[in-house]
Design a binder for this molecule. Structure first.
Ligand code: PMT
Length: 402
């Protein structure tokens, strides 16, 4: 019996040419033993008929707030409580925008807003729409709120243009759901502490020493472990990004604040992951007023070393705790990464290199190699940081249970 057996899946369909794929998605889900309730937007019905979908799902398709004229009310709240997961496939730019901003003008959006279960969003649109800043911002917002974005793929689009925007294939969407239900709670009962983002070390009230970390890698890790049942605390330096609401967020500015927040929580953490790009130095003195440049040809700053958070906590690590660091290297860096793992008393380390295009700071993607003290090495291709977080969680899961 597969993991989708008996699962209640709400399939939301919006108005895209990719709606035809919703038919095979429904068929595959039903074949895997799931009960599928389809909710379709008015525009969705222009692309695929409710009769096809209700035949495949063996349930009436819901589109309107009321069924016919008999006053029967379709309760989006009940559907939200019934579901084990909601999949919105295809999700058009309009639907994604409405989801992000709560524009509840159709049954799909009201159902989404009432949803208690995890939501998977499979965008489908033309390449210009997919690349538009408003679409990207809306998807970012949905991801921050804990929705799972199933990235669209590159290929020929309905416009005959070639680019990113094709809805992911139904088989892949089904396997993502299967993975979700398989692993869903493998970190239940574990407490996880994660550091992420940069730290800012004040020079004066307007200037600081910092770096390019966006916090995205650590946030992806926090969301991944929380999704898999862990109680996650994320100590995050200055970042415009946020984790999902399942994560306890502790916002800090400086390395010293980051260390203090970690020290408060490390005692009960089964797992700690140090993904932050901590500033190694801070100005010895921070000016209380803005430093003026008039009459000064040069400015000398005296820098003092910041605490090494991973090394400080690593030195006091208990045998039942598992600590993982990151190593950001500007060259191949394998030996340096391993040295850092030893020096900071870590059980494992994630190497990412600035030499790899698309890896490291700020990119939505990363390319990592994982090492542990037992000599295991796992190298991965360039992937989204969410997918990297998934690989890292799998790597840790095997070792925590060993
Ligand atoms: O935030 P993003 O834009 O998504 O980018 C992700 C990232 C590139 C920041 C992340 O993937 C990463 O590599 N984080 C570690 C960056 C770093 O500072 O590496 P490092 O090699 O200098 O440090 C080694 C380890 O010691 C790291 O686990 C680091 O968190 C920790 N450290 C370093 C210095 C310090 N004072 N305290 C620490 O805890």
């Amino acid at each position: 019996m597969g993991v989708l057996q008996g699962k209640h899946i709400v399939l939301g369909i919006s108005g895209s040419i990719a709606a035809y794929k919703a038919a095979s998605l429904t068929r595959l889900l039903v074949k895997a033993g799931a009960e599928v309730q389809i909710v379709i937007t008015p525009a969705g019905k222009e692309f695929i008929t409710p009769i096809t979908l209700s035949a495949l799902s063996s349930r009436p398709v819901i589109s309107e707030f009321f069924s016919g004229r008999d006053g029967t009310w379709n309760s989006h709240v009940d559907i939200g409580l019934w579901a084990d997961a909601m999949v919105i496939a295809p999700a058009t730019a309009a639907t994604i925008g409405k989801m992000a901003h709560g524009v509840a003008d159709n049954m799909l959006i009201t159902t989404y807003l009432s949803m208690k279960a995890p939501v998977f969003v499979a965008p489908a649109m033309d390449l210009d729409m997919a690349a538009h800043p408003s679409t990207l911002d809306n998807l970012e917002l949905l991801a921050q709120r804990g929705n799972y974005i199933i990235e669209s793929q590159s290929g020929e689009l309905a416009s005959h243009l070639v680019g990113k925007g094709r809805m992911e294939e139904p088989e892949v969407i089904v396997s993502i759901l299967e993975d979700y239900f398989t692993e869903s709670l493998d970190f239940e009962g574990r407490r996880v502490l994660i550091t992420a983002g940069p730290t800012h070390e004040a020079i004066d009230p307007v200037r600081f020493i910092g770096n390019h970390s966006s916090g995205r890698m650590g946030i992806a890790l926090a969301d991944e472990f929380a999704r898999r049942g862990a109680e996650v605390s994320l100590v995050l330096g200055p970042s415009s990004l946020k984790p999902s609401e399942r994560v306890e967020l502790i916002s800090v500015t400086t390395a010293e604040e980051m260390l203090a927040a970690c020290q408060e929580r490390i005692g009960t953490a089964h797992l700690a992951i140090f993904a932050a790009a901590v500033a190694d130095y801070r100005p010895r003195y921070s000016s209380a007023t803005k430093i003026k440049r008039e009459g000064e040809d040069c400015l000398e700053l005296e820098l003092v070393q910041n605490p090494d958070i991973a090394a400080t906590l690593g030195a006091a690590k208990e045998p039942w705790q598992y600590f993982m660091g990151f190593a950001l290297e500007s060259d191949a860096g394998v030996e340096e990464a391993k040295r850092k793992m030893q020096r900071k008393h870590l059980d494992a380390i994630v190497l990412n290199s600035l030499q790899d295009a698309g890896a490291g700071f700020a990119h939505p993607t990363n390319k990592v190699t994982l090492f542990d003290r037992e000599g295991a090495i796992e190298a991965y291709e360039l992937k989204t940081k969410e997918a990297v977080a998934h690989d890292i969680a799998d790597f840790v899961a095997k070792r925590l249970d060993a």
